[in-house]
Every structure is written in structure tokens, then in C-alpha cells.
Design a protein around this ligand. Structure first.
Ligand SMILES: Cc1cc2nc3c(=O)[nH]c(=O)nc-3n(C[C@H](O)[C@H](O)[C@H](O)COP(=O)(O)O)c2cc1C
Length: 166
């Protein structure tokens, strides 16, 4: 089974969750933005991001299961993730997001886009309580809570795919 994880992360939280999901599901992981980019970034950085976006679309088409992850920005998904979700062609999708305390319409708007395009949503998971850049500082039980949740989410999505393929 081919699994791909595509994500957008600004301060590393969504990246960390994406990595846990990717490891659990033996997935190829593709960021669609550069963490180190400041503001509009350099010409080179913009070209690199455009390349990542294209690569993510290509890999997604071949995937049996695609995870799309985004951080929450002003109660919405990142605009690049919205654009990606509108363009993507995939069989099954699992959606996840990270936020601090108000998730707004982050996942529901992505869900709406996919339903309009008749793409099956296999699962959705929110990871709240994360201040910007906080994940890497979490220790022990606090960190474990997110790891367990992310692994469980990955497992449930994989199980669903396996069941429907039988
Ligand atoms: C510009 C900006 C806007 C944000 N807007 C929200 C918001 O509306 N609701 C919320 O709960 N968190 C909000 N956050 C917090 C992030 O969504 C949260 O820390 C997330 O886990 C960051 O993920 P990342 O490290 O992958 O970028 C915002 C953060 C920034 C920098």
C-alpha cells in the first residue's frame, strides 16, 4: 500500500505530527513549504516551494492513502493547503491539523472542498493545545499524549483502507 503525507508547517508542530503519522504508516512525507522561509522568501525559495507543491500533487495521485496536514492560521487552514486540496487527485484522504485553542473551520473547509470533488475522506483528526513551536519542547506525558493520538489516527485510517480493499 502506498501512503503519502503532505503537510504545511510554519513552526514545526504540524511537521512533528506529520512525522509520527508517516512513520506509523510507512509513508513518504512531503512538506509543501519551507520552514526556514521568512516573509515572501527568496526567489530560490519560492521556486523550491513550487517544486515541492508539484511533487506533492504527483505523489498523491499514486497513493492509496494520502494524509493532508496543516496548521491553523486565523481559524482556517493555510491557504497553500487549501489550494493543494482543491487541486489534488487522490483515492482516500485523512485530514489533520494543529492549533492552539480555536480551530475554527480549518478541517471542515478542507472537508467541503474534497466532498465537492467526490474524494473519500477516511478520517479527520485535530491536535489542539499547541502554541507556536511548542511541540519540540514537550516532554514525557505531555509529548506522549500527542504521539499516541497521532499513531492511533494513522492506524485507524490504514485499517479502514484495508477493510474497504478486501
Ligand atoms: C499567524 C498565526 C495565526 C494563528 N491562528 C490561530 C488560530 O486562529 N487559532 C488557533 O487555535 N491557533 C492559531 N495559531 C497557532 C498555530 O495554529 C499552532 O501553534 C500550530 O500548531 C502551529 O503549527 P506549525 O508549527 O506547524 O506551524 C496561529 C499561529 C500563527 C503564527
Amino acid at each position: 500500500m502506498k501512503v503519502v503525507v503532505v503537510y504545511y508547517s510554519k513552526t514545526g508542530n504540524t511537521k512533528s505530527i506529520a512525522e509520527i503519522i508517516a512513520e506509523k504508516s510507512k509513508a513518504k512525507i512531503i512538506p509543501i513549504n519551507l520552514l526556514e522561509k521568512k516573509g515572501r522568501g527568496t526567489e530560490e525559495e519560492r521556486l523550491k516551494e513550487a517544486e515541492l507543491f508539484k511533487q506533492a500533487l504527483n505523489e498523491s495521485e499514486k497513493a492509496d492513502l494520502l494524509f493532508i496536514g496543516t496548521s491553523t492560521s486565523f481559524k482556517q487552514a493555510q491557504s497553500k493547503i487549501r489550494r493543494f486540496t482543491k487541486s489534488v487527485n487522490a483515492k482516500n484522504i485523512g485530514l489533520f491539523c494543529t492549533f492552539t485553542k480555536d480551530v475554527g473551520i480549518t478541517l471542515t473547509e478542507l472537508e467541503e472542498i474534497l466532498s465537492e470533488n467526490n474524494i473519500t475522506i477516511i478520517g479527520m483528526q485535530e491536535f489542539g493545545g499547541l502554541k507556536t513551536g511548542q511541540f519540540k519542547e514537550l516532554v514525557n506525558e505531555e509529548r506522549k499524549k500527542y504521539i499516541v493520538k497521532a499513531e492511533k489516527f494513522a492506524e485507524q485510517c490504514l485499517e479502514k483502507i484495508k477493510r474497504t480493499e478486501k
